[in-house]
Design a protein around this ligand. Structure first.
Ligand SMILES: *Cc1c(COP(=O)(O)O)cnc(C)c1O
Length: 397
């Protein structure tokens, strides 16, 4: 029998992405198995009672624990450098489970203005009904966060870099504020993934994920996760057990395999996006290119300090407004016209009329979402083909 050893604890991130959290069955399979079982059997009535009471470790029912889901949780926690992770059905249910667990009526949340649209809806429409108040603050203005804090503030929630303009939050500074006021700092790390940014190491208490994006990375299934200290994650596991927004074993298996290539994919997304941003900067048709990897971007210095790369999402503004933006999109042929991101396939979208379409004109202006803005979530195709597709977009402009 070969000794398992303790090498995994000291292993590099790419190794842990491939080898952490493996649970082999007695069949000796090499690839990770998918445990597609809703419930688990016990050897005796005594075992059943012990398993239910928690005196005996082990699986009971897949809403509680599932071996494939646990493998994904362990692997992701290892990559985020967190003690524990809990997987959820989607990115939104990760944020919901976090809030339902760690907030109560009367609590106040500080949320950055430019978070994912459904996150705004979750705070503004759903949690408001349960007596949780929210204030939206500008992501990059550290003093505004401190000024907006109340004695009832329990959670600071943000995404960095922001979608689609790549505004970058000063995570250590915001961690200081959350510590001073006794609140939790939660970071939606969807855009960077642990390959490019480890919010827990920068002072955050909690990381949330839409695993639907880069963790799967191939646009196949929905999933989410919350990562952090065991004392913060265990109550979320309890919430999931009784309320049910758990991840399916199949989706966990897809995510588990996605993590194995995450570092290589993220590096390739970053390379393609950097090259595209630099080339777009030379185009006379554009009024601006928003990518935090560009030296001119206001978040560049901060991103260079707290990120290991600048990510795969960029945006640019066509001088001709909505008409030019729609013409550009309609003239491209390869890029997928869809609002998703974090896929091997490059996607293109007009934020003002889609992802940010529900905002008022004033809100959009305040958020910097102009009519000429186009977002590209750069995939892994050959750079030259991306460039050619953009050339088609520019034709006749
Ligand atoms: C997509 C997304 C979400 C929501 O995730 P789902 O898996 O679609 O529920 C949350 N945050 C960010 C930044 C996202 O891009």
């Amino acid at each position: 029998m070969r000794d398992k050893g303790k090498w995994l604890d000291d292993a590099g991130a790419r190794t842990r992405a491939i080898r952490a959290g493996i649970e082999r069955t007695h069949e000796g399979e090499h690839g990770e198995p998918i445990f597609t079982s809703s419930s688990f059997v016990f050897d005796s009535a005594e075992d059943a009672a012990a398993r239910f009471s928690g005196d005996q470790a082990g699986n009971v029912y897949s809403r509680y624990t599932n071996p494939t889901v646990r493998s994904f949780e362990e692997r992701l926690a290892s990559l985020e450098m967190g003690e524990a992770a809990v997987a959820t059905a989607s990115g939104m249910s990760a944020i919901l489970a976090l809030c339902m667990t760690h907030l109560r009526a009367g609590d106040h949340v500080l949320c950055s203005q430019d978070v994912f649209g459904a996150t705004v809806g979750l705070f503004q429409n759903t949690l408001m009904k349960f007596g949780v108040e929210v204030s939206f603050v500008p992501l990059t203005e550290v003093d505004a966060w401190r000024d907006a804090a109340r004695s009832s503030t329990r959670l600071l929630f943000l995404e960095t870099p922001s979608n689609p303009l790549n505004a970058v939050a000063d995570l250590p500074a915001l961690a200081n504020i959350s510590r001073d006021i006794g609140a939790l700092l939660a970071v939606d790390n969807c855009f960077c993934t642990p390959v490019l940014q480890k919010p827990l190491a920068l002072g955050a208490d909690i990381v949330t994920h839409s695993a639907t994006k880069y963790l799967d990375g191939q646009g196949r299934v929905l999933g989410g996760a919350v990562v952090g200290a065991r004392t913060l994650i265990e109550p979320i596991v309890a919430f999931n057990r009784s309320c049910g927004p758990t991840m399916s074993a199949f989706n966990a298996w897809v995510m588990l395999k996605g993590l194995e290539t995450l570092e290589l994919r993220m590096q390739a997304h970053c390379d393609n996006a950097s090259r595209l941003a630099q080339w777009l900067q030379t185009r006379a048709e554009l009024a601006a290119v928003h990518y935090c990897g560009l030296a001119e971007h206001p978040g560049h210095e901060l991103a260079s300090r707290q990120q290991a790369g600048y990510g795969g999402v960029l945006a640019f503004e066509l001088k001709g407004g909505r008409e030019a933006a729609w013409r550009f999109i309609n003239q491209t042929q390869m890029m997928s016209l869809t609002a998703n991101l974090g896929d091997t396939k490059t996607t293109i979208v007009h934020p003002a009329s889609t992802t940010h379409g529900r905002l008022s004109v004033a809100q959009r202006e305040a958020a910097g979402i102009s009519e000429g803005l186009v977002r590209i979530a750069v995939g892994l195709e050959n750079f030259e083909d991306l460039q050619s597709d953009c050339e088609r977009g520019f034709a006749g402009a």
